[in-house]
Design a binder for this molecule. Structure first.
Ligand code: SF4
Length: 508
């Protein structure tokens, strides 16, 4: 059996705030770009846990009435990125478990060996899982580890930090994949940890007001700055941070599998908000560098007379920043002549090929008067299936463009992502098994120019003492963790799901 995987998401945790639910709600709105499928908030106070979750955008899930039920100064929250299909409410986070202590959990990432872990939990730990989410698997493993560790310290009414570390160590020793996690423990506090490769982001902030301290942990720094929290630091790969109900903070690097720090390059290319600083590297700055590195490649093409362009046009929204830098470097005018209908969701997220193709027409309108007769450099953040790119090129030609050169800020995506970005498998990726000429033909472009891998890595690292190489596995096949379990699952998925392409188990 193949289970749906929780995809990219935004997560938030708060402790000490007077109205934690309100801040969680505002935090989620700043992370809405990370997930538009469903949202949930869980709070805790003397009356116990309180939870509201549903399918839909943050603003539609929460109402004045249901927000009033979310009392307490401890909160965790989640906004979910859609896979194919919508999913059931039961799969919407935060998840909750009564034992030990009472645990709530939110997760951003994707578990590669979920099938094996699920089977073990059933047969060895006698745990019956209620949802099809891999986040529930992590929650149960954490609970197992914490129950065993805290039973040893049964005389203590407060959870011991050593016990939390043991539980996180239990997760690290079993779970393979990407996971940034925030957990609320009833009467005890907030726990945050990040997988040993640090593939998904997690950042910690602090604020002082009226003589007390509040802490916030979130997927991106934009959530902290929006709510007036000062950044303390990023949660490090393999680290656990525990903030108790009195605000005391303890942290430790857990001895887990020795894996290199590999944050996902796609956060800077596409996913993260431009205001955010991810693992010390500003997203906006990285996108400027992506444009400048592309300019170096394009200057060669212009010198060779392979390209001669009148305007540079960004495909909204993500590629704007790189397109401005490209325009400045090449001294070719920047024109926003593809106008986006902002009320339609990202096509990357829509749940079938047919819907994606129709959505492109609904989503973008060309400004004909500015395009007709022009030779256009179109800049997009990436080319995945090529569906959207082909449609946009058709739109530009229908609007009278004399030439269309398609430029991608990301190098060719050739391999699937097992860590939470919703790429398809194998042949559905346009760059998989095709050379550049074939891609140009498929897209109907006069030329296709990709960012080079080195240019991408330099763009993320340039000017920053970041001390890491980003994960680029979908570009070069070098996965930071063992993916053998995923290989089986993905090949099963293709056999099971591809005939109708509507199964929500497959990444889009
Ligand atoms: S495989 Fe690609 S999309 Fe997935 S985590 Fe690595 S860099 Fe990001």
């Amino acid at each position: 059996m193949v289970y749906p995987q929780p995809p990219m998401c935004g997560i938030v945790g708060l402790i000490g705030a007077h109205d934690a639910a309100r801040e969680a709600f505002l935090g989620l709105t700043t992370l809405q770009h990370r997930g538009q499928d469903a949202a949930g908030i869980l709070t805790y106070d003397a009356d116990g846990f309180h939870r509201v979750k549903n399918i839909g955008l943050v603003e539609s899930v929460f109402t004045r009435e249901n927000m009033e039920t979310l009392t307490g100064s401890l909160a965790i929250a989640h906004t979910r990125y859609s896979t194919i299909g919508r999913g059931d409410v039961i799969d919407v986070q935060p998840f909750l478990l009564s034992y030990p202590f009472g645990l709530g959990m939110v997760h951003n990432g994707n578990i590669v060996n979920c099938g094996d872990l699920r089977a073990d939990l059933k047969t060895k730990s006698r745990r019956h899982l209620l949802t099809r989410s891999d986040s529930e698997v992590v929650l149960n493993l954490f609970a197992d580890g914490l129950a065993k560790a805290s039973n040893v310290n049964v005389s203590e009414s407060l959870v011991q930090f050593d016990d939390i570390c043991e539980a996180v160590g239990h997760v690290f020793s079993r779970v393979n994949g990407s996971y940034s996690i925030i957990t609320a423990i009833a009467d005890q506090g907030l726990v945050a940890f990040r997988d040993p490769s640090g593939i998904r982001p997690l950042i910690w902030g602090k604020r002082s007001s009226q003589g007390s301290e509040q802490h916030m942990i979130a997927s991106e720094s934009v959530a902290l700055s929006f709510l007036g929290y000062e950044v303390v630091r990023n949660i490090e790969p393999g680290e656990v941070v525990f903030i108790d109900m009195k605000g005391k903070v303890q942290s430790r690097k857990i001895a887990g599998p020795a894996l290199p720090f590999r944050p996902c390059m796609f956060e800077w290319v596409y996913f993260a908000s431009p205001e955010s600083v991810m693992d010390g590297v500003p997203v906006y700055g990285a996108r400027i560098h992506l444009g400048k590195n592309l300019a170096r490649l394009l200057k060669d093409k212009i010198r060779e007379k392979a390209i001669d362009a009148d305007i540079i046009v960004p495909v909204p929204e993500t590629s704007r920043i790189a397109a401005i830098a490209l325009s400045e470097e090449l001294n070719i005018p920047y024109r926003e002549v593809l106008i986006k209908n902002r009320y339609i969701k990202r096509t990357f997220i829509l749940d079938s090929q047919d819907k994606r193709q129709k959505a492109v027409n609904l989503k973008l309108s060309p400004v004909r008067s500015e395009i007709a007769g022009k030779r256009v450099i179109l800049l997009d953040d990436s080319i995945v299936r090529g569906t959207t790119s082909r449609k946009i090129i058709e739109l530009m030609r229908a609007a009278g463009a004399a030439k269309v050169y398609f430029v991608s800020t990301c190098p060719p995506i050739q391999y699937p992502c097992y860590y939470g970005i919703d790429f398809p498998v194998g042949a559905e990726l346009i760059a998989s098994g095709r050379d550049l000429k074939e891609i140009e033909r498929e897209l109907g472009a006069d030329a296709v120019i990709y960012q080079e891998l080195e240019g991408l890595e330099n763009s993320i690292r340039e000017g920053e003492v970041c001390g890491f190489r980003p994960c680029t596995a979908c570009l070069d096949g070098n996965y930071p963790t063992d993916i053998s379990a995923a290989g089986l699952e993905f090949s099963n998925r293709r056999k099971v799901d591809r005939p109708d392409q509507h199964c929500r188990k497959e990444k889009t």
